[in-house]
Design a protein around this ligand. Structure first.
Ligand SMILES: *Cc1c(COP(=O)(O)O)cnc(C)c1O
Length: 431
């Protein structure tokens, strides 16, 4: 399999190069030259196939000759070594829980796969690779945990001091080993700006082999298809599901659409957004107008210019009319999100996190118009990651998931730095 740049101004590359580069030199996103079709038997017998075998079969064509069967099988097995249960909320809606991984968010899947690919590709190189990543919360934890102990790779995470939740901060700052947390006295935007500048700095380029672990990397994007198959394995209805995905940068839902194009039966996809509604507006008006992001309680989706939407359009040959036959997108306010968390918890006992609640609202609204269509949401994070929102809405203490209690007893280790490029650069050069 080869990958081309969506800007069409850079040479095609293999899977390995696409993972190592992240973004094409012309700043375009990489996209596979072919969209694989899975055998009809595979889809028919899906429910009887192990999740490791499903993962291997789906990823095999994308990886091409850059990995042996054995290597790919090992990497897939390590990536998906936790549960992906489809839990019934009511007769119409189920929840595909993607938060049973080590950092309680779906980003674990992409981060674990990509980290192991990088580790594999760097095996025979003696120069260490340094991943530099800025996080507003979930990405950093998933990347830190995914890369923990991976040889030949070190991770440096920049996070905004005081602006991530307590569990998120512990996940970033207690790994040790090859993971370092830089606590930046500024905002997420500051962290991101510093990382961007670092990638262009000549002195740093000489001292380090820098790579990003950005969500646009094909090594993170493509394995996100796998849990759509795991959801369908557990789907008991005759009719295929409507799948509703809480969306920010649109990588997650784009992977689902790819799975569908490869043969996975899905009735319809809904991209549920918070008030950052660039895509819902585009679907209404045909006008794509990126804007600055607005902060919300589902903050992992506060994205004003979703990078992966271009990939979704590409899947449909750039034709918005074709896209509309399979895909719609809506915007949900914080007030609706809060009301939904309350209503669903009160009515069913199911506790949604703010991101899952945005998706639940969007799917329930869709079913008002299409009452015969059942479906599921992707629950992208454990509610415990957002205690402020949940505990102020519902008078409850969220029970800690297994493993999180251990986190609480560990000591935070971070390097505090001012929010300017020079202080980070000096620290990097002075180590
Ligand atoms: C990152 C994230 C999202 C958004 O996923 P995209 O692939 O960027 O659309 C949704 N929910 C949670 C909890 C996240 O961490």
């Amino acid at each position: 399999m080869q990958y081309y740049s969506l800007q069409h101004q850079a040479p095609n590359v293999s899977f390995k190069e696409a993972v190592l580069k992240g973004q094409a030199p012309d700043k375009g996103l990489y996209f596979p030259t072919e969209l694989p079709k899975l055998p009809a038997d595979f889809i028919k017998n899906l429910a009887t196939i192990s999740k490791e075998e499903v993962g291997y079969t789906v990823m095999r064509p994308y990886v091409g000759e850059d990995m042996t069967d054995q290597e790919l099988k090992r990497i897939v097995a390590e990536t998906v070594n936790f549960d992906f249960p489809l839990v019934k909320i009511n007769d119409q809606i189920a929840s595909l829980e993607l938060f049973h991984g080590p950092t309680y968010a779906f980003k674990d899947v992409g981060a674990r796969f990509m980290s192991r690919c990088l580790g594999h590709f760097h095996k025979n190189e003696n120069k260490k690779t340094t991943i530099l990543v800025a996080t507003s919360g979930d990405t950093g934890g998933a990347v830190a945990n995914g890369f923990l102990g991976v040889e030949g790779v070190e991770v440096i995470i920049l996070y905004p001091s005081g602006k991530v939740s307590p569990i998120q901060e512990l996940q970033l700052t207690t790994c040790g080993k090859n993971i370092t947390a830089l606590e930046i006295e500024g905002s997420f935007d500051d962290c991101q700006a510093i990382v961007k500048q670092a990638f262009m700095d000549q002195d740093l380029k000489e001292a380090y082999q820098l790579t990003s672990a950005n969500s646009i990397n094909v090594g993170r994007w493509l394995p996100q298809q796998l849990y759509y198959f795991y959801g369908l394995q557990q789907w008991q209805q005759q009719q295929p599901p409507v799948i509703c995905v809480p969306s920010g940068n649109f990588g997650n839902i784009c992977a689902g659409i790819l799975a569908h194009i490869s043969g996975l039966p899905v009735q319809h996809f809904i991209a549920a957004c918070n008030v950052n509604d660039t895509v819902p507006v585009f679907m209404q008006t045909g006008n794509y107008q990126p804007k600055a992001s607005t902060p919300t309680i589902s903050n992992a989706m506060d994205v004003g210019n979703p990078s992966n939407f271009g990939r979704i359009l590409e899947i449909f040959g750039g034709e918005a009319e074709k896209l509309k036959t399979r895909f719609s997108s809506v915007s949900i306010t914080d007030d609706q999100t809060k009301a939904t968390i309350k209503e669903v918890y009160g009515g069913t006992g199911y506790l949604l996190d703010p991101h899952g609640a945005v998706a639940y609202r969007a799917l329930a609204d869709y079913q008002q118009q299409n009452p015969s269509q059942k479906g599921f949401i992707l629950e992208t994070a454990h509610p415990v990651k957002f205690p402020d929102v949940i505990e102020s809405l519902l008078d409850i203490q969220i029970p800690l998931p297994e493993g999180a209690t251990a986190l609480n007893s560990q000591d935070k280790v971070s390097v505090k730095l001012a929010a300017d490029f020079d202080s980070v650069k000096n620290w990097l050069l002075g180590r």
